[in-house]
Design a protein. Sequence first.
Length: 742
Amino acid sequence: MSCKIFIRGVVQGVGFRPAVYRIVKRMGLKGYVRNNGSNVEMGLDRDYKKFLTALRMELPPLARIDDVIIEKTSEKYEHFIILKSRNGVKHSTLPADTGICNDCLKELFDRRNKRYLYPFTNCTNCGARFSLIKDMPYDRRNTSMNDFVLCKSCRKEYLSPEDRRFHAQTTSCPGCGPEYVLYDKNRGIVDTNNPVKEFAMLLDKNVIGVLKGWGGMHICCSLKAVKKMREWYKREQKPFAVMMRNLDTVKRHAEISDAEEKLLTSPQKPVVLLRKKNHHGLSGILKDVSPGLPNIGIMLPYSGLHHVLFHNMRSDGVVMTSANIPGEPMIIRNNDVFELGAECYLLHNRDIISRCDDSVIRVYDERRFFIRKSRGYVPVKIDVDYDGSIVGVGAEQNVSASVSKNKGVYSSQYIGNTTYYPTLTFLEESTGHLMTLLGVNSIDGVGVDLHPRYVTKKFGEKISEKHDAELFRVQHHWAHAVSLMIDSKINEPIIALTLDGAGYGTDGKIWGGEVLLSDYNSFERIGSLEEIPLIGGDAAVKDPRRIVFAILEKTGMENDYFDEKESDLLRKSMKNAPLTTSFGRVLDALSCYLKICQKQTYDGEPAMKLEKYLENGRLKYDFEVEIVDQDRRIVNTVDLFSHLISCSKNKKNSERNKADLSYSFVYHLLKKLTEIAIEKADEKNIRYIGITGGVSYNTAITRIVNDFVKNTDKKFLTHNNIPNGDGGISAGQNAVVGHKLK
């Protein structure tokens, strides 16, 4: 009997319909297939069970089936055809950008192939997707490739069911596709027959250039030109990402586990944080790429352009950092990029619809800590147990937006710091684009941060008013805890150590070192660090000496960080300084006191530079840590610093001793926080204890907590699909609102 089949999942832009066509023809079936919004609809005359079995076994590499619906029908079919797409109802997973496949890579370096060294080579199994999609269904007319008319040869491939490019919407060749042009620093076109080769040669000569890729632009330079680039780009210490020629090159200069290698070589080709090897040669140069840090962000070539670039270069590694004015989103328009003032520009003539920074991942026990979730991983569905269309707009920095529909949450690409107006505009545009792709026309609820002055709150209010949707203010650390719950698929209460730099608390103070008992409807603050003054507010974040000064003042100890006049001013300011329980600020103070990093030139720098000491430290000192019982259990951070100062007096200020002091300090601090969590979990019969927030990116810290929890009957939770830091806040907000409306 004939039937209709509706398949949801990753089924568009991944070669799904061609796979269906080939199986159907082999089995001699009749019917049709077409894109229907964001799902695939089929009609078959018989044997649908055998067909589905074959389809699951022969899925294209990037495809995934989430749901199959079968409906019986009396329709008759004379043959099998691919019908024209229609809009339908949008509710399935959208295709993400993926690196060039092996088949295309072979063509790229085949002199007999028409796509020899063609930078835009791709097929149904690879290439740009999300970054060039305007709307669903995923057809050429709905992408920025619509500006390029297929030549006769490419159209033949496109229409041939046996060809790898059958209905490949982004296919093209040198005769009909996009092309690169090289510009000099004065916007003049460089006269060359091979702009990519010329650009590669310039990089080898230590020229600083801008390269336009799939979802944005990179500032590039050779590893030998890093110091020159830092001076030009005014980034004194901030780490850069490096693209290496191949895996063998990576292994020569970085330590890499099986899990890290799997990520590095995956179709998504993210930036993976790897530990530097301690030897001379290229790794010596890598010290300048991420100064003071034990690791470095490395990625492999993911587009045809990158492979062609290395084909023409002598260098084995190239710095590639997002091309943007500091604080603003990555540049995507050709006319805008010349404002950067680079020495050359390699630009193509295909529009970028959605900017997508490189995803950055750190591996922890084969789990993925997304420092930045973007290219290759958005938009990806996270299953939830509530219906409705909800929007979460995030906090303030490292923002993403999250939109839910039909028991799935989809987060946007990495947005950035919304205190900059262009980034706020990017958030608004990305949220609207994600809603368009998902077919979300009305909103049931909006989640915003509790902070009264975040500009994202105003954006959330605007969405709420436009759609007459209820607005919910969600406390920052509760959103962190809930993001961990949906990431771990937990539907019962958990206790979470929510450790980060700053989040607005229900008492109007700055939280950041919290132990929360959380479910989807409420939370209880059962523990925290002691409050310490932030003299000058944000000024103390940039100058952690102020934090150490405040701590020493509270202990009554000698303070020589500032001269007498400055000290008097700081003492006066301290009386009215905002108070914080931030774990991140404690790490900054520790790093400053041990003279590891006493000035912040980029977000999180002092704590990040402390990390290698935590990794190498031993539990040598037995610090006493007291807990005060008030409405919550409070860990006396200031007393812990007193013990640190006593232990460090008259000690040799060696790297070894710094490592042992820092590790012993952090170990005892985390021990007390975890004890609070374990005691409450035992009292409430809670099975799960987890860690979340930006501090949890520090794997040494996460491992300490993990070791404490594994000695109990509790299960330890960490992230894997949702960012640990503020990039995951919007998903947590979404889930809170979804359950409150539920």
